[in-house]
Design a binder for this molecule. Structure first.
Ligand SMILES: [Zn+2]
Length: 348
Protein backbone atom coordinates (compact mmCIF):
# COMPACT_ATOMS: atom_id res chain seq x y z
CA UNK A 1 0.00 0.00 0.00
CA UNK A 2 1.26 3.48 -0.79
CA UNK A 3 2.06 5.55 2.25
CA UNK A 4 0.32 8.88 1.84
CA UNK A 5 1.36 10.13 5.25
CA UNK A 6 4.27 12.21 3.98
CA UNK A 7 2.09 13.89 1.37
CA UNK A 8 -0.55 14.78 3.95
CA UNK A 9 1.85 16.58 6.24
CA UNK A 10 3.34 19.72 4.71
CA UNK A 11 6.19 21.91 5.84
CA UNK A 12 5.71 25.50 4.64
CA UNK A 13 9.07 26.54 6.16
CA UNK A 14 11.48 23.78 5.11
CA UNK A 15 14.61 25.55 6.38
CA UNK A 16 15.11 25.95 10.12
CA UNK A 17 16.42 29.32 11.25
CA UNK A 18 20.17 29.31 11.92
CA UNK A 19 21.17 29.78 15.58
CA UNK A 20 20.78 33.44 16.51
CA UNK A 21 18.31 34.17 13.72
CA UNK A 22 14.53 34.06 13.52
CA UNK A 23 11.93 33.18 10.92
CA UNK A 24 8.66 35.11 11.02
CA UNK A 25 6.05 32.34 10.60
CA UNK A 26 3.12 34.75 10.98
CA UNK A 27 2.87 38.45 11.68
CA UNK A 28 4.39 39.06 15.11
CA UNK A 29 5.33 35.41 15.65
CA UNK A 30 9.01 34.52 15.41
CA UNK A 31 10.30 30.95 15.25
CA UNK A 32 13.80 30.39 16.61
CA UNK A 33 15.96 27.40 17.42
CA UNK A 34 18.05 26.78 20.48
CA UNK A 35 20.78 24.16 19.92
CA UNK A 36 21.07 21.29 22.41
CA UNK A 37 24.10 19.00 22.84
CA UNK A 38 21.84 15.93 22.97
CA UNK A 39 20.50 13.28 20.60
CA UNK A 40 17.60 15.61 19.81
CA UNK A 41 19.90 18.50 18.97
CA UNK A 42 17.55 21.49 19.17
CA UNK A 43 14.36 22.85 20.66
CA UNK A 44 12.05 25.30 18.94
CA UNK A 45 11.19 28.47 20.81
CA UNK A 46 8.88 31.26 19.77
CA UNK A 47 8.80 34.99 20.45
CA UNK A 48 5.48 36.80 20.21
CA UNK A 49 5.53 40.53 19.65
CA UNK A 50 3.47 42.31 22.29
CA UNK A 51 4.42 45.79 21.07
CA UNK A 52 6.32 46.98 24.12
CA UNK A 53 8.13 43.69 24.63
CA UNK A 54 8.12 39.97 23.97
CA UNK A 55 6.36 36.89 25.22
CA UNK A 56 8.58 33.84 24.76
CA UNK A 57 7.27 30.31 24.48
CA UNK A 58 9.79 27.78 25.89
CA UNK A 59 13.43 28.46 26.56
CA UNK A 60 15.97 25.68 25.97
CA UNK A 61 18.05 24.21 28.78
CA UNK A 62 20.29 26.00 31.24
CA UNK A 63 23.53 25.26 29.46
CA UNK A 64 26.10 27.55 27.99
CA UNK A 65 25.18 27.11 24.35
CA UNK A 66 21.52 27.90 25.07
CA UNK A 67 22.32 31.09 27.03
CA UNK A 68 24.73 32.19 24.29
CA UNK A 69 22.09 31.60 21.64
CA UNK A 70 19.60 33.71 23.62
CA UNK A 71 22.19 36.47 23.91
CA UNK A 72 22.48 36.47 20.13
CA UNK A 73 18.70 36.40 19.68
CA UNK A 74 18.11 39.24 22.12
CA UNK A 75 20.76 41.36 20.40
CA UNK A 76 19.58 40.34 16.92
CA UNK A 77 16.00 39.61 15.92
CA UNK A 78 14.53 40.55 19.33
CA UNK A 79 16.23 43.96 19.19
CA UNK A 80 16.88 44.20 22.95
CA UNK A 81 13.20 44.78 23.64
CA UNK A 82 12.31 43.42 27.07
CA UNK A 83 11.15 39.86 27.60
CA UNK A 84 8.04 40.46 29.69
CA UNK A 85 6.66 36.94 29.89
CA UNK A 86 7.94 33.42 29.48
CA UNK A 87 5.27 30.86 28.70
CA UNK A 88 6.34 27.26 29.27
CA UNK A 89 4.50 24.36 27.65
CA UNK A 90 5.75 21.62 30.01
CA UNK A 91 8.31 20.87 32.69
CA UNK A 92 11.07 19.19 30.68
CA UNK A 93 14.51 20.83 30.80
CA UNK A 94 14.70 21.71 27.11
CA UNK A 95 11.51 23.76 27.57
CA UNK A 96 11.68 25.20 31.09
CA UNK A 97 15.46 25.20 31.56
CA UNK A 98 16.00 28.95 31.31
CA UNK A 99 12.63 30.16 32.63
CA UNK A 100 14.18 30.99 36.01
CA UNK A 101 16.99 32.86 34.27
CA UNK A 102 14.47 35.05 32.47
CA UNK A 103 12.53 35.50 35.71
CA UNK A 104 15.69 36.76 37.39
CA UNK A 105 15.81 39.39 34.66
CA UNK A 106 12.24 40.49 35.37
CA UNK A 107 10.06 38.24 33.24
CA UNK A 108 6.83 36.69 34.48
CA UNK A 109 6.62 32.90 34.25
CA UNK A 110 3.34 31.52 32.94
CA UNK A 111 2.77 27.77 32.95
CA UNK A 112 0.59 25.00 34.34
CA UNK A 113 0.62 24.17 38.02
CA UNK A 114 1.88 20.65 37.40
CA UNK A 115 4.69 21.88 35.18
CA UNK A 116 5.78 24.42 37.76
CA UNK A 117 5.58 22.03 40.71
CA UNK A 118 7.36 19.23 38.88
CA UNK A 119 10.17 21.43 37.65
CA UNK A 120 10.65 23.08 41.01
CA UNK A 121 10.62 19.76 42.85
CA UNK A 122 13.07 18.14 40.46
CA UNK A 123 15.47 21.08 40.51
CA UNK A 124 15.64 20.83 44.30
CA UNK A 125 15.99 17.03 44.29
CA UNK A 126 19.70 16.68 43.60
CA UNK A 127 21.05 13.12 43.82
CA UNK A 128 24.69 12.13 43.83
CA UNK A 129 23.74 8.48 43.34
CA UNK A 130 20.50 6.91 42.11
CA UNK A 131 17.87 6.54 44.84
CA UNK A 132 17.15 2.97 46.03
CA UNK A 133 13.65 3.24 44.54
CA UNK A 134 15.15 4.13 41.18
CA UNK A 135 17.48 1.13 41.34
CA UNK A 136 14.52 -1.11 42.22
CA UNK A 137 12.59 0.33 39.28
CA UNK A 138 15.48 -0.38 36.89
CA UNK A 139 15.81 -3.95 38.15
CA UNK A 140 12.05 -4.36 37.80
CA UNK A 141 12.22 -3.24 34.17
CA UNK A 142 14.98 -5.75 33.46
CA UNK A 143 17.67 -3.22 32.71
CA UNK A 144 20.64 -4.92 31.01
CA UNK A 145 23.23 -5.89 33.69
CA UNK A 146 26.05 -3.92 32.05
CA UNK A 147 23.90 -0.77 31.86
CA UNK A 148 22.75 -1.23 35.46
CA UNK A 149 26.29 -1.78 36.74
CA UNK A 150 27.44 1.45 35.13
CA UNK A 151 24.52 3.48 36.43
CA UNK A 152 24.60 2.28 40.04
CA UNK A 153 27.82 4.13 40.73
CA UNK A 154 27.37 7.06 38.35
CA UNK A 155 25.94 10.45 39.26
CA UNK A 156 22.45 10.39 37.75
CA UNK A 157 21.10 12.96 35.38
CA UNK A 158 19.93 15.80 37.61
CA UNK A 159 17.43 18.49 36.64
CA UNK A 160 19.53 21.05 38.50
CA UNK A 161 22.40 20.42 36.07
CA UNK A 162 20.36 21.75 33.14
CA UNK A 163 17.53 23.81 34.66
CA UNK A 164 18.09 27.21 36.27
CA UNK A 165 16.64 27.56 39.79
CA UNK A 166 13.02 28.64 39.70
CA UNK A 167 12.30 31.54 42.00
CA UNK A 168 9.11 31.38 44.07
CA UNK A 169 6.02 32.36 42.16
CA UNK A 170 4.49 31.94 38.71
CA UNK A 171 1.19 32.57 36.94
CA UNK A 172 -0.99 29.54 36.47
CA UNK A 173 -2.86 28.63 33.28
CA UNK A 174 -5.62 26.03 33.08
CA UNK A 175 -7.66 24.31 30.39
CA UNK A 176 -9.89 26.79 28.57
CA UNK A 177 -8.01 29.91 29.68
CA UNK A 178 -7.40 32.61 27.16
CA UNK A 179 -4.17 34.49 26.79
CA UNK A 180 -3.25 37.38 24.51
CA UNK A 181 0.18 37.24 22.91
CA UNK A 182 1.62 38.48 19.65
CA UNK A 183 -1.51 40.55 18.97
CA UNK A 184 -3.66 37.41 18.95
CA UNK A 185 -5.91 35.66 21.42
CA UNK A 186 -5.15 32.03 22.21
CA UNK A 187 -7.20 29.40 23.97
CA UNK A 188 -5.28 26.99 26.14
CA UNK A 189 -5.92 23.26 25.84
CA UNK A 190 -4.16 20.70 27.97
CA UNK A 191 -2.17 17.85 26.58
CA UNK A 192 -1.01 14.93 28.69
CA UNK A 193 0.95 11.68 28.51
CA UNK A 194 4.37 13.04 27.44
CA UNK A 195 4.27 15.44 30.38
CA UNK A 196 1.36 15.89 32.76
CA UNK A 197 -0.64 19.07 32.19
CA UNK A 198 1.19 20.03 29.01
CA UNK A 199 -0.17 23.33 27.68
CA UNK A 200 -0.95 23.90 24.01
CA UNK A 201 -2.15 27.20 22.53
CA UNK A 202 -4.78 27.56 19.81
CA UNK A 203 -5.29 30.89 18.08
CA UNK A 204 -8.84 32.20 18.39
CA UNK A 205 -10.22 33.16 14.98
CA UNK A 206 -6.97 32.12 13.31
CA UNK A 207 -4.95 29.09 12.36
CA UNK A 208 -1.86 28.99 14.56
CA UNK A 209 -1.34 26.21 17.10
CA UNK A 210 1.59 26.12 19.49
CA UNK A 211 1.98 22.42 20.18
CA UNK A 212 5.06 22.01 22.37
CA UNK A 213 5.93 18.30 22.49
CA UNK A 214 2.28 17.27 22.54
CA UNK A 215 2.05 17.73 18.78
CA UNK A 216 5.29 16.92 16.95
CA UNK A 217 5.81 16.02 13.29
CA UNK A 218 7.91 13.02 12.33
CA UNK A 219 9.06 11.96 15.77
CA UNK A 220 6.95 10.51 18.54
CA UNK A 221 7.01 12.17 21.94
CA UNK A 222 8.44 9.90 24.63
CA UNK A 223 5.74 8.45 26.85
CA UNK A 224 7.46 7.09 29.91
CA UNK A 225 6.95 5.66 33.37
CA UNK A 226 9.39 6.61 36.11
CA UNK A 227 10.22 5.48 39.64
CA UNK A 228 8.20 8.39 41.06
CA UNK A 229 4.99 6.68 39.90
CA UNK A 230 5.85 3.14 38.77
CA UNK A 231 2.28 2.08 38.00
CA UNK A 232 1.38 5.18 36.00
CA UNK A 233 -0.47 4.73 32.71
CA UNK A 234 0.59 7.79 30.70
CA UNK A 235 -0.39 6.11 27.44
CA UNK A 236 -4.07 6.32 28.46
CA UNK A 237 -3.49 9.98 29.26
CA UNK A 238 -1.86 10.51 25.87
CA UNK A 239 -4.77 8.86 24.04
CA UNK A 240 -7.29 10.87 26.06
CA UNK A 241 -5.46 14.09 25.21
CA UNK A 242 -5.47 13.22 21.51
CA UNK A 243 -9.22 12.60 21.73
CA UNK A 244 -9.77 15.95 23.47
CA UNK A 245 -7.76 17.86 20.86
CA UNK A 246 -9.25 16.07 17.85
CA UNK A 247 -12.46 18.19 17.54
CA UNK A 248 -10.32 21.33 17.24
CA UNK A 249 -8.01 20.36 14.40
CA UNK A 250 -8.22 21.61 10.82
CA UNK A 251 -6.24 21.41 7.60
CA UNK A 252 -5.65 25.15 7.60
CA UNK A 253 -3.78 25.20 10.90
CA UNK A 254 -0.06 25.82 11.03
CA UNK A 255 1.37 23.90 13.99
CA UNK A 256 4.39 25.37 15.75
CA UNK A 257 5.94 22.34 17.45
CA UNK A 258 8.58 22.03 20.18
CA UNK A 259 10.95 20.20 17.85
CA UNK A 260 11.37 19.71 14.09
CA UNK A 261 9.56 21.93 11.56
CA UNK A 262 6.29 23.89 11.65
CA UNK A 263 3.73 21.89 9.70
CA UNK A 264 0.25 21.70 8.25
CA UNK A 265 -1.88 18.57 8.19
CA UNK A 266 -2.78 18.31 11.86
CA UNK A 267 -5.89 16.12 11.34
CA UNK A 268 -3.72 13.51 9.69
CA UNK A 269 -0.87 13.87 12.17
CA UNK A 270 -3.15 13.46 15.18
CA UNK A 271 -4.66 10.28 13.71
CA UNK A 272 -1.16 9.01 12.98
CA UNK A 273 -0.05 9.69 16.58
CA UNK A 274 -2.89 7.54 17.91
CA UNK A 275 -2.51 4.81 15.26
CA UNK A 276 1.21 4.48 15.97
CA UNK A 277 0.51 3.51 19.57
CA UNK A 278 -2.29 1.14 18.62
CA UNK A 279 0.11 -0.53 16.20
CA UNK A 280 2.79 -0.78 18.87
CA UNK A 281 0.31 -2.26 21.36
CA UNK A 282 -0.78 -4.91 18.84
CA UNK A 283 2.82 -5.93 18.18
CA UNK A 284 3.44 -6.01 21.92
CA UNK A 285 0.38 -8.23 22.52
CA UNK A 286 1.76 -10.76 20.03
CA UNK A 287 5.23 -10.57 21.61
CA UNK A 288 3.77 -11.29 25.06
CA UNK A 289 2.63 -14.76 24.14
CA UNK A 290 5.87 -15.59 26.00
CA UNK A 291 6.90 -14.00 29.31
CA UNK A 292 9.12 -10.94 28.70
CA UNK A 293 10.75 -8.19 30.69
CA UNK A 294 10.16 -4.55 29.75
CA UNK A 295 13.65 -4.35 28.26
CA UNK A 296 12.88 -7.38 26.12
CA UNK A 297 10.10 -5.47 24.35
CA UNK A 298 12.18 -2.98 22.35
CA UNK A 299 11.94 -4.79 19.02
CA UNK A 300 8.12 -4.98 18.82
CA UNK A 301 7.80 -1.42 20.11
CA UNK A 302 10.59 0.36 18.26
CA UNK A 303 11.50 -2.05 15.47
CA UNK A 304 15.04 -2.65 16.74
CA UNK A 305 17.16 -3.26 19.81
CA UNK A 306 18.11 -0.02 21.57
CA UNK A 307 21.40 0.76 23.23
CA UNK A 308 23.41 3.82 24.20
CA UNK A 309 21.78 7.13 25.07
CA UNK A 310 18.29 6.07 23.99
CA UNK A 311 18.24 3.00 26.27
CA UNK A 312 16.66 4.77 29.24
CA UNK A 313 13.98 6.42 27.09
CA UNK A 314 13.16 3.08 25.44
CA UNK A 315 12.93 1.37 28.83
CA UNK A 316 10.50 3.89 30.34
CA UNK A 317 8.38 3.80 27.19
CA UNK A 318 8.28 -0.01 27.27
CA UNK A 319 7.01 0.08 30.84
CA UNK A 320 4.37 2.62 29.80
CA UNK A 321 3.01 0.28 27.15
CA UNK A 322 3.08 -2.68 29.54
CA UNK A 323 1.36 -0.75 32.32
CA UNK A 324 -1.31 0.23 29.80
CA UNK A 325 -2.01 -3.41 28.94
CA UNK A 326 -2.00 -4.24 32.66
CA UNK A 327 -4.64 -1.59 33.33
CA UNK A 328 -6.69 -3.02 30.48
CA UNK A 329 -6.44 -6.44 32.13
CA UNK A 330 -4.74 -7.91 29.08
CA UNK A 331 -1.48 -8.93 30.72
CA UNK A 332 -0.34 -10.20 34.09
CA UNK A 333 3.04 -9.68 35.67
CA UNK A 334 5.03 -11.47 38.32
CA UNK A 335 8.46 -11.21 39.89
CA UNK A 336 11.27 -13.22 38.39
CA UNK A 337 14.91 -13.50 39.35
CA UNK A 338 16.69 -10.41 40.63
CA UNK A 339 13.44 -8.43 41.18
CA UNK A 340 12.55 -8.30 37.51
CA UNK A 341 8.90 -8.08 36.42
CA UNK A 342 7.89 -10.64 33.82
CA UNK A 343 4.88 -9.81 31.69
CA UNK A 344 2.66 -12.17 29.73
CA UNK A 345 -0.58 -11.92 27.84
CA UNK A 346 -3.65 -13.23 29.61
CA UNK A 347 -5.49 -15.44 27.14
CA UNK A 348 -9.21 -15.43 27.71
ZN1 LIG B 1 11.07 18.70 24.20
Amino acid sequence: MTDLSAAQIRFPFPDAPAPGTATEVAEGVLWMRIPLPWALDHVNVYALDDGDGWTLVDTGADIDICRKTWDALLAGPLGYRPVRRVVVTHHHPDHIGLAGWFQQQGAELITTRTAWLYARMLVLDVEERPAPETLAYWRGAGMAPEVYAKRVTARPYNFADVVAPLPLGYTRIVEGDRIRMGGRDWIIRMGDGHAPEHATFWEVGGDLVIGGDQILPGISANIGVHASEPLADPLSEWMAACARLEPHVSERQLVLPGHKLPFKGLPHRLRQMVDNHHGALDRLRAHLAQPRTACQCFVPLFGREISGDAYGLAMVESVAHLNHLLKLGEVRRWRGENDVWLWQRVDR
